[in-house]
Unconditional design. Structure first.
Length: 191
């Protein structure tokens, strides 16, 4: 991973860059994969949760007595970091994550489906990780193809694109369009 101060030195055609990435991409991809395979009420609840700030919601659930400042500054970053690995880890290891109880209490069928998929193959959690990566690569490939056809240059880094600052808003809109077209309920943000 490239340090922020180094990224600030990167330029495209001599212009400073902005990073545009999807918020809560893996939780959104999980919804895309499981939608239609779980109770519609649970799927709808999960979708509503994704439209808010999933990290704050989970932090608030885990730390109900925390102040808003603590939720935002202390617990939200921890939840965000934890969710990066939670959906990709082995089903037997997921109970070690603090966020696990949130999913057990709020989305039991979704979690059961996700975990049964992990046990269904000899690859286990690697299968889930591969599926998430496949959807992520497909989504970003669609975005980058559209940008290429429009003559917009970008650099790809994880689930983010680095683009000229002057193009960031247009790229964010294109990323949102591609996510919607792919049935993935996430929004891009300029960081």
């Amino acid at each position: 991973m490239m340090r922020k101060w180094i990224r600030q030195l990167v330029k495209i055609d001599g212009e400073s860059i902005s990073e545009v990435d999807y918020g809560a991409l893996h939780p959104c991809l999980v919804w895309r994969i499981l939608n239609g395979f779980v109770n519609p009420l649970e799927a709808d609840r999960y979708l509503r949760m994704l439209k808010g700030d999933i990290y704050i919601e989970i932090a608030r659930y885990l730390h109900p007595d925390a102040s808003e400042t603590e939720l935002v500054e202390v617990y939200r970053p921890k939840v965000k970091k934890e969710l990066l690995t939670y959906f990709n880890d082995k089903a037997g290891n997921q109970h070690h994550y603090k966020c696990h109880q949130y999913f057990v209490d709020n989305f039991p069928e979704m979690l059961e489906r996700l975990q049964s998929g992990k046990f269904a193959t000899s690859r286990g959690h690697a299968e889930t990780s591969s599926i998430l990566l496949m959807y992520e690569a497909d989504l970003l490939g669609n975005v980058m193809g559209k940008l290429y056809r429009m003559g917009i240059r970008c650099l790809y880094a994880f689930d983010a694109l680095w683009v000229k600052e002057s193009m960031a808003e247009q790229v964010r809109e294109i990323m949102d369009e591609c996510a919607l077209a792919g049935g993935i309920p996430c929004k891009a943000k300029i960081g």
